[in-house]
Design a protein around this ligand. Structure first.
Ligand code: PHE
Length: 339
């Protein structure tokens, strides 16, 4: 029996040394140590040997079991280490290889300039206000002192949703929304999309962007309007920017004006960019009409204010020398990736 045990030990070890897969280890365990295994078979025959030899054989059998168990564990660990090694090899990562660059795109030229303008006004203590693009007729026109028969209200020029709702034709209705929900002092700009029923060409689009400005406080005068817009123009066009204010008419401001900058290409002489004028029109502005203040529950005897509205597309076209407005909306990467 002693020899038999010794033989089993040897056989088991030999088999184990040839093992390549972890699953084979389990087969060996069953074969030698399992209920019907070889070692178990021997232990079952213990009854046939003389009682005085049993303890010694028992010790040997236990040793053989322990030996085989230990070997199985050893080989198991070895296999695992080997597998890990292979896996590491396979998943080897060279962190010194240069990465693949992902194209993350860039800001739209309209956004670039808008961000710049926001910065300028935020720097002067303004905050950003917004309003809906689908707007009430009464906010877009009535509250802005724009009478029933005003040409801007013509269905030819304006996209009506129904009698009371339209796509806003200007950002000026945000003035009404701000003045009816905030108390002076008010200092906001309101950038956003506006809509007019224009055919698309190089200088017209049914959708474009405006930036509205509104300041309401005690003692605000035309001087504040000019000073603010002068600072704005210098920040955007440089310290040598020269401005010109011309009288104009808007229903919701009185007095009203338009602001031009001296052409920065020809410096007033007249060239192709300014169409021989020497000046480039930038925005419309004026002192908030007393009727508009009253419509918003603000007493024009106590408060006054100024407002302005500028078209973003024109400004961006001048800045980057873009000669066709359609380029802004066509999403052509050859154009967009230039900024
Ligand atoms: N809303 C006017 C326009 O679209 C511009 C403007 C705004 C004029 C505010 C005066 C004051 O032409």
């Amino acid at each position: 029996m002693k020899e038999q045990l010794e033989a089993i030990r040897k056989a088991a070890e030999k088999e184990l040394s040839a093992v390549k897969l972890p699953s084979e280890l389990e087969n060996i365990r069953v074969k030698y140590l399992g209920k019907k295994g070889e070692l178990t078979a021997i232990l079952k025959k213990m009854g046939t040997i003389p009682p005085e030899e049993r303890p010694a054989i028992g010790v040997l059998a236990n040793e053989a079991r322990k030996f085989i168990e230990q070997k199985i564990e050893e080989y198991g660990a070895k296999l695992k280490a080997h597998e890990t090694q292979i896996k590491l090899q396979k998943e080897r990562l060279d962190v010194t290889v240069p990465g693949k660059r992902h194209k993350i795109g860039n800001r739209h030229p309209l956004t670039i300039v808008l961000d710049e303008i926001k910065d300028v006004f935020i720097g002067m203590g303004f905050s950003i206000a917004t309003g809906p693009e689908i707007e009430f007729v009464k906010y877009n026109f009535d509250a802005l002192n724009t009478p029933q028969n005003h040409p801007a209200r013509d269905p030819q020029d304006t996209f009506y949703v129904d009698d009371e709702i339209l796509l806003r034709t200007q950002t000026s209705p945000v003035q009404i929304r701000v003045m009816t929900s905030q108390k002076p002092p008010i200092r906001i700009i309101a950038p956003g999309r506006v809509y007019r029923s224009d055919a698309i060409d190089g200088t017209h689009s049914p959708l474009f962007h405006q930036i509205e400005g509104l300041v309401v406080d005690k003692g605000i005068t035309m001087a504040d309007l000019k000073g603010t817009l002068d600072s704005f123009a210098k920040a955007v066009y440089g310290d040598d920017a020269v401005l010109r204010f011309r009288p104009h008419h808007f229903p919701f401001t009185e007095p009203s004006c338009e602001m031009d900058t001296m052409c920065f290409v020809c410096h007033g002489k007249g060239c192709r960019l300014c169409k021989g004028e020497g000046w480039i029109e930038i925005l419309g502005a004026g002192m908030v009409h007393p009727n508009v203040l009253r419509n918003c529950g603000i007493d024009p005897e106590v408060y006054s204010g100024f407002a302005f509205g500028l078209g973003l597309e024109r400004l961006v076209m001048l800045r980057f020398g873009i000669d066709d407005m359609r380029l802004f909306f066509e999403n052509d990467l050859r154009f967009l990736s230039q900024f």
